[in-house]
Ligand binder design. Structure first.
Ligand code: ATP
Ligand code: MG
Length: 433
């Protein structure tokens, strides 16, 4: 045998079956992903979001300019390589890419206000942990052209509804980061305070004081959190328009009946955020990697990336973390066969294939047995597949056109004809068409 080739560290396979179960990191199956993705596909268009797909590969410059040089992502997490003289990067997030596409295709000339959603893999070279991988999946939305605050509240309400549809436990956190006219003053005050307590901070945060002081507020180190708790708050520095904006978002959320907590420590790691920021945080089941989705307003980004002065706001959710929660709760979306057909001989096999074809054409999932074995084993196999009914097809059934369809859970037997099989199954299930 040749040597096995393993997957790259920090990446994972998502299979239809459980290949292992580890308590600290339950196996996530494709069916859990489907539940997350399908609910987004169903829900987001109800709010006017349409899907956009951009490449996984972008010019490195896009993220350096779009995300900011002093962020963790650009500083140390990107997969960047030289493509024959051009530096390219596997996207670590999708907002910068969507903005690039928005600018490149002059979308604002056709649709000054537009709402997009996306789903796909992102890449960051982080330390692998439960809920933190090097290739992971994000589903997110971006709305361009609306200054808010109504769209801000609408997005938070969308995120709230989506997570409720999925049934995951979470709390919505809300904050404002101010804008270009008030944040610099806050940044200075924060910097002065942090310098005075620098020795208490972790090594990373000591560097952040000068490069990205706001990020200290968000450090997970307990000592840094202690220092952050007594730091000056953005709220005291907000300019009048930012104050009015933030009050507006809160008022609208209350009107829409969306629960939230104002969390002054909520800051986002990326440079481009302004004003409203929000995060949905899992209240149980995920340990330290508990942020399910993070979002916020980025009014300067489109312009920074060479476009017109168009405001934007969006969020990105981590599909793996959502899927982990669903897996823990035993929820998944799976298509199981409605009928499992077990033919006993060659003539029956040909008929079984035909019956399965008719069932599928009627929108009913069907499986035929490709193995020769006794009816008892066939029923066992039907059970393992999670089929609702099993049909054992022998010589007798073929001749008489009559058969007994066994309902596996209850053991009930239904008399059916082979000539009208698909119709009769459909009536029994109340299934499609
Ligand atoms: P965190 O504080 O957890 O590192 P972040 O601020 O880096 O999050 P964002 O860039 O806002 O995360 O990404 C939005 C969401 O994508 C996160 O809330 C999380 O659910 C998910 N996510 C981010 N990085 C990873 C990763 N390496 N593996 C799995 N999911 C991730
Ligand atoms: Mg991160």
């Amino acid at each position: 045998m040749s040597q096995k080739i393993r997957g790259v560290k920090g990446t994972r396979d998502v299979l239809p079956i459980d290949t292992y179960v580890k308590d600290e990191d339950p196996w996530v199956r494709v069916g859990h992903y489907h539940l997350v993705e399908q609910s987004a596909r169903d829900l987001f268009p109800l709010y006017g979001y349409r899907e956009a797909r951009t490449p996984v590969l972008e010019r490195t410059e896009l993220f350096v300019r779009g995300i900011g040089e002093v962020t963790d992502i650009v500083g140390k997490e990107m997969y960047t390589f030289d493509d024959r003289g051009e530096s390219v990067t596997l996207r670590p997030e999708n907002t910068a890419s969507l903005v690039r596409a928005y600018v490149e295709h002059n979308v604002n000339q056709q649709e000054p206000e537009t709402k997009w959603w996306y789903a796909g893999p992102m890449f960051r070279r982080e330390r692998q942990q439960r809920g933190r991988y090097r290739q992971f999946t994000q589903i997110g939305i971006e709305a361009f052209g609306s200054p808010g605050p109504r769209i801000d509240a609408e997005q938070v309400e969308l995120l709230d509804r989506w997570l409720r549809v999925l049934g995951v436990p979470f709390e919505m956190h809300l904050n404002t980061l101010g804008d270009a006219s008030c944040r610099p003053k806050y940044r200075e005050a924060l910097q002065a305070y942090l310098r005075s307590r620098a020795p208490e901070l972790c090594e990373d945060c000591q560097k952040r004081i000068e490069t990205n002081p706001i990020r200290v507020l968000d450090c997970k180190n307990p000592k840094c959190q202690e220092v952050a708790a007594a730091a000056p708050k953005m709220e005291q520095f907000l300019c009048e328009p930012c104050k009015v904006h933030f009050a507006g978002v809160q008022e609208m959320l209350q009107r829409l009946g969306v629960p939230f907590v104002v969390d002054p420590k909520l800051v986002r790691g990326l440079d481009y955020y302004t004003r409203t920021t929000y995060e949905a945080i899992a209240t149980s089941g995920l340990g330290a990697q508990s942020t399910l989705a993070g979002g916020g307003r980025y009014d300067g980004l489109v312009k920074d990336l060479g476009g017109p002065d168009v405001p934007g706001i969006g969020f990105a959710a981590g599909v793996e973390r959502l899927a982990l929660l669903l897996a823990q709760e035993g929820k998944e979306r799976a298509t199981r066969p409605v009928v499992f057909i077990a033919p006993l001989g060659d003539a029956e096999a040909a008929r079984a294939d035909q019956l399965a074809q008719q069932l599928r054409a009627a929108g009913l999932a069907a499986e035929v047995s490709f193995r020769k074995s006794n009816p008892g084993n066939q029923l066992k196999r039907a059970d393992t597949l999670g089929a609702r009914f099993a049909l054992v097809l022998g010589d007798q059934e073929l001749k008489s056109d009559r058969a007994k369809l066994k309902e596996l859970k209850t053991g009930a037997q239904h008399e059916v004809t082979l000539s009208g099989f698909a119709d009769e199954v459909r009536k029994l299930t109340g299934g499609p068409r």
